[in-house]
Design a protein around this ligand. Structure first.
Ligand SMILES: NC(=O)c1ccc[n+]([C@@H]2O[C@H](COP(=O)([O-])OP(=O)(O)OC[C@H]3O[C@@H](n4cnc5c(N)ncnc54)[C@H](O)[C@@H]3O)[C@@H](O)[C@H]2O)c1
Length: 331
């Protein structure tokens, strides 16, 4: 049994805590949140201990791994502390709001040969995984174009937005990781952004709508489109186009039933809403892969370097948005 403690019991922390608690080869030892009442609620639901402090978590010999699911600005200090205490780490995306602290963190912890897995859950979605496998099996020949669509049903709370780091670092980072996963190293980024959804985003000097074009070292081109609002639910799709055809992975619906009548045809259920439902299986599978890697002493993927690489693209996208020019990245 791999002993795990979950730090941060907010939206995603509760999902991870439940998945660890239900995992047949893991034991949820404790949950911790600076808001103790929040930790106690999750602890009560899952019949585990709400740790009184981070120090208590790290001192516990039964804790093999720490799952960091707290607010983004806390990730680096928590990764550092956990690695220093000899724990493996699963950390939610992004590593940090800025690139430099993430690089400095890696320089500091690398000598410890740490196990740090990043929470890029979309890599574990069954449909995206199948698309990835079939692309790399050569079913559509060489990848030439990819289109990644990610639109949230509604903007997050103002409190979350304030500390989110902006659309590219908070939301598009998943899509930047998907682009790398599908097409390999990215060498050029050109970003467009707009405020079309809610004036709140402009108040935080953020955007709510974006179209980003990427060029991969392989020559493939990737288009990513993001919106913080989508009237029909959580829109998550990938299209990969190559010399021999196209692979598509689409949205999930509660059922596949269609209504055909005098007013409409092929009317289906709405797409599932929101990430907790859409990626339920992916969140379970990523935790399973993390636990399996710890059991086998194998390497974790995606790792810290993948987190850094996605963050570099996010930073380049911001630079492109500000300057209006394409930004080159070294491959
Ligand atoms: N992979 C995904 O699909 C996904 C989805 C949502 C959020 N996230 C990421 O997960 C992280 C958390 O997001 P969320 O939506 O759950 O946020 P949230 O605001 O709902 O929850 C964050 C929790 O962390 C706690 N916290 C803050 N500082 C802490 C500290 N130093 N120690 C312990 N607890 C602390 C807060 O009290 C809060 O309960 C963010 O980095 C976000 O980018 C990832």
């Amino acid at each position: 049994m791999i002993g795990v403690a979950v730090i941060g019991c907010g939206r995603i922390g509760r999902v991870h805590a439940r998945n660890v608690a239900q995992h047949p080869r893991a034991r949820l030892i404790a949950v911790y949140d600076v808001a103790h009442a929040v930790a106690e609620k999750t602890a009560g639901e899952l019949s585990v201990k709400a740790a009184a402090s981070l120090e208590d978590v790290l001192a516990d010999r039964n804790v093999d791994a720490v799952l960091v699911a707290s607010s983004t600005a806390t990730h680096i200090p928590l990764i550092r502390a956990a690695v220093r205490a000899g724990k493996a780490v699963f950390c939610e995306k992004p590593i940090d709001l800025d690139l430099e602290p993430a690089l400095a963190c890696w320089r500091e912890i690398a000598p410890h040969h740490p196990v740090v897995m990043l929470g890029f859950n979309r890599r574990f979605d069954a449909s995206f995984l199948a698309l990835h496998e079939r692309l790399h099996a050569g079913e559509i020949g060489r990848l030439e174009l990819a289109v990644i669509t990610s639109r949230d049903p509604a903007p997050p709370a103002a409190e979350y937005l304030k500390g989110s780091g902006g659309l590219f670092r908070d939301m598009s980072i998943h899509d930047f990781d998907m682009a790398r996963w599908l097409a390999g190293d990215i060498v050029e980024v050109h970003a467009f952004g707009a405020n079309l959804v809610d004036p709140l985003f402009a108040q935080f000097r953020d955007i709510d709508t974006s179209a980003v074009s990427l060029r991969a070292a392989s020559g493939a081109l990737i288009q990513i489109n993001n919106s913080r609002r989508c009237a029909y639910g959580y829109d998550q799709r990938i299209e990969a186009f190559g010399s021999k055809g196209m692979l598509q992975a689409g949205n999930q619906r509660a059922t596949s039933v269609e209504l055909w009548n005098a007013q409409q045809t092929a009317a289906k259920d709405l797409v599932v809403d929101f990430f907790i439902q859409r990626y339920r299986q992916a969140y379970q599978t990523e935790i399973d892969c993390f636990i399996a890697a710890l059991e086998n002493g194998g390497s974790v993927s995606p790792g810290f370097a993948d987190g850094i690489a996605a963050q570099r693209i996010a930073v380049a996208a911001e630079e492109s948005l500000q300057t209006g020019r394409a930004v080159r990245l070294s491959s």
